[in-house]
Write a protein that binds this ligand. Structure first.
Ligand code: G3H
Ligand code: 13P
Ligand code: ZN
Length: 332
């Protein structure tokens, strides 16, 4: 057993209480490599924001679980070195089963998600409860999910999203004892969150998505007053990045995300955690494509990863400061 407490990480409990009270949301940024981790920590230290570093099953496969854990340990020390001991959570994103969740709990994670959203309701309850019972023995917090997001969740691809049913949330959270609940109100994973048919278009051809189902969120808040809610699939897919990527040879048609104003509004509600991965992928890709096109002779990875890391940092700071409102709340 390797406890997260020994490497200076925290669980989500106090973070979510403070976010609920302060009407902001904690950024949950996915990371797979050193440059992403450095950019997240640099941005959150500068913004004085608490942060959730999240690791998907795919990230564990890409980077190795021990390396990721030690990067999280490094993140704590790096924040200290940069001058602000921001609270840092190491979270398993979309835990697919009990075994992976247990492995993370046993290996330094301070928070895990168990994603039983594709299972029949009773099986989701049973699996979530099994993870909660184990996690709580070690003071690890657990995020569960009810409802189905469109797009791809690791190995689980859903054709259509199914909004969370507000009438199920009290039964689900009381039976499972989970600490936070991811809900489906129209967000989805990846860079194409809606089909062009679901959107309208501005005069210059930019896709405008339909609004999130705030009525469903409000109903859930009424059913579960003060309970931390999580939004997955919350990248905004900035048009500027899409344009740069396409200008320098990429092809990413029909890209469309969640408008920032809607995430700003959600952050002021019971939504305490907002997941952002795709925007980081877009920021890095845009910066690297531009750099490589402008510097055809470049072949030292440090040369092109540096502007990528700088662009990532800028994007993360913007999220903390202008979208989620978490900036300045590191010491809450
Ligand atoms: O929800 C999915 C996250 O964006 C992680 O994606 O499984 O490709 O690492 P990944
Ligand atoms: P995006 O694809 O919108 O960044 O969502 C990421 C996510 O929900 C990770 O769990
Ligand atoms: Zn997700």
């Amino acid at each position: 057993m390797f406890s997260y407490k020994d490497i200076g990480l925290v669980n989500t409990k106090h973070m979510f209480e403070a976010a609920m009270k302060g009407k902001y949301a904690i950024p949950a940024f996915n990371f797979n490599n050193m440059e992403q981790m450095q950019a997240i920590i640099q941005a959150c230290v500068e913004a004085k924001s608490p942060v959730i570093l999240q690791v998907s099953k795919g990230a564990r496969a890409y980077a190795d679980k021990y390396i990721l854990r030690n990067m999280a340990r490094g993140a704590v020390e790096y924040a200290h070195e940069l001058g602000c001991d921001i609270p840092i959570v190491l979270h398993l994103d979309h835990g697919p089963n009990f075994e992976v969740a247990k492995d993370c709990i046993d290996n330094g994670f301070s928070s895990v998600m168990i994603d039983g959203s594709a299972l029949p309701y009773d099986e989701n309850v049973a699996l979530t409860k099994q993870v909660v019972d184990y996690a709580h023995k070690y003071d690890v917090t657990v995020e569960a999910e009810l409802g189905v997001l469109g797009g791809v969740e690791d190995d689980v691809a859903a054709e259509e999203s199914k909004y969370t049913k507000p009438e199920e949330v009290v039964d689900f959270t009381s039976k499972t004892g989970c600490d936070s609940l991811a809900i489906s109100i129209g967000t989805s994973h990846g860079r194409c969150k809606f089909t062009p048919e679901q959107c309208t278009r501005t005069a210059d051809g930019i896709l405008v998505p339909p609004p999130l189902a705030f009525n469903v969120l409000e109903e859930i808040e009424k059913q579960l007053p003060g309970f931390p809610i999580v939004l997955h699939g919350s990248s905004s897919v900035p048009v500027e990045y899409v344009k740069i990527i396409e200008q320098y040879g990429g092809k990413i048609p029909d890209s469309v995300g969640i408008p920032e104003e809607q995430l700003r509004k959600a952050s002021k509600s019971a939504v305490c955690k907002i997941n952002i991965d795709s925007d980081g992928r877009l920021a890095m890709t845009a910066a690297i494509r531009k750099f490589m096109a402008e510097n055809p002779g470049a072949f030292d990875p440090r040369e092109y990863l540096k502007p990528a890391r700088e662009e990532l940092k800028k994007m993360y700071m913007h999220k903390c400061t202008d979208v989620l409102g978490s900036a300045g709340h590191a010491m809450d």
